[in-house]
Design a protein around this ligand. Structure first.
Ligand code: NAP
Length: 312
């Protein structure tokens, strides 16, 4: 069985940054990238708030750059999915989807978060047939067509702006009478001619036939009674995120929404030798730069902890 000094599970801005710091600290980190290398951010078309990129950069490009930087210091980055962990004793046990087994002296968890769904039966039925959580992945199917985006946060606005450049018309379905997104993004959305915000509405049912989505039935959140149908061929769901912590349930302390609980001002989890960084433990900021910062912190915590707790 392979012995690893520092295993990093997950590979967004947090995981790759942890890999830079851990490799420079001679922890010989092995990064298990997971099913979506680079994480959620790779789906973002344009990042304008990551310092160091005055002209902005795509999420994919940003992840390539941080990954390359980690490789420069010999981080061992593997395209593997960890499917089982045992954190009950040290060294910790890991198994990947191909059945390969590993023992790790320490673990940094950076599995991130995944898009939340609305939870409608019709949404599940039409997933991949008009219902999506990724405009940059699926937007081109709707060239010059009408589509809708649910949500009023930064993700929904970014999706709507991206789609507005491809589609004929974009409806934004917003359950309150305000957007949650950052002011500058709100302004851009409101100024875009082919985006129409449908305030105080939420999807009741996704309408469709054998060809896929044909519309969405909305219900007013003001009276919870009035319904309206809109004709659209695509529905993009952008109603927030859920942490990817299935693997750690029952082994690490999680909060009631499933986020890993870290100790105040550091990356320590409820198990000594296991650290967490990025969106898997952050429901407050959820920014790439914050994830990268906590990735650095986790690697520093891990290095210090390993020095104080060498494996006998
Ligand atoms: P978010 O900020 O949690 O916003 C979710 C949106 O979906 C809100 O408008 C919310 O409405 C709505 N919503 C939630 N559940 C719903 C439901 N069941 N039906 C209808 N609407 C529902 O999520 P996010 O936009 O994915 O952003 C997550 C984090 O990532 C934020 O911190 C955001 O700033 C960050 N982010 C940043 C950037 C950037 O900086 N470039 C880009 C993307 C995301 P309410 O407002 O009524 O709750």
């Amino acid at each position: 069985m392979e012995n690893i000094k520092c295993a990093i599970i997950g590979s967004g801005p947090a995981g790759y940054t942890a890999a830079i710091y851990a490799s420079r600290a001679a922890l010989n980190p092995v990064v298990f990238e997971g099913a979506a290398p680079g994480g959620q951010i790779t789906m973002t078309e344009q990042i304008d708030n990551f310092p160091g990129y005055p002209e902005g950069i795509s999420g994919f490009g940003l992840m390539q750059d941080i990954r390359k930087q980690a490789e420069r210091f010999n981080a061992d980055i593997r395209s593997k999915v960890i499917s089982k962990v045992d954190l009950s004793k040290r060294p910790f046990y890991l198994q990947d989807e191909d059945g390969n087994e590993y023992m790790a002296q320490s673990i940094i968890i950076s599995t991130g978060a995944t898009a939340r769904w609305l939870g409608l039966e019709s949404e599940t039925k039409f997933r991949g047939q008009g219902v999506s959580t990724c405009a940059t992945c699926d937007g081109f199917f709707y060239r010059k067509k009408d589509v809708a985006v649910v949500g009023g946060g930064d993700t929904a606005c970014a999706e709507a702006l991206y789609l507005a450049g491809i589609c004929n018309k974009v409806y934004m379905i917003v359950r309150r009478d305000v957007l949650r997104a950052t002011a500058i993004v709100q302004k851009m959305v409101k100024e875009k001619e082919n985006i129409e915000i449908l305030w105080q509405q939420k999807p009741l049912e996704v309408l469709g036939d054998d060809s896929g989505v044909t519309g969405v039935r909305l219900i007013s959140t003001k009276d919870n009674t009035t319904t309206t149908d809109i004709d659209v061929m695509g529905l993009f769901v952008a109603v927030g995120n859920e942490p990817k912590t299935e693997l750690f349930k029952g082994q690490l302390e999680l909060d009631d929404e499933g986020y890993i609980i870290t100790k105040p001002h550091c990356s320590y989890t409820s198990v000594e030798g296991v650290f967490a960084c990025g969106d898997v433990q952050d429901k407050r900021y959820r920014q790439a730069i914050v994830a990268a910062g906590t990735g650095a912190a986790a690697a520093i915590d891990c290095e210090r902890w390993l020095l104080e707790n060498p494996l006998k």
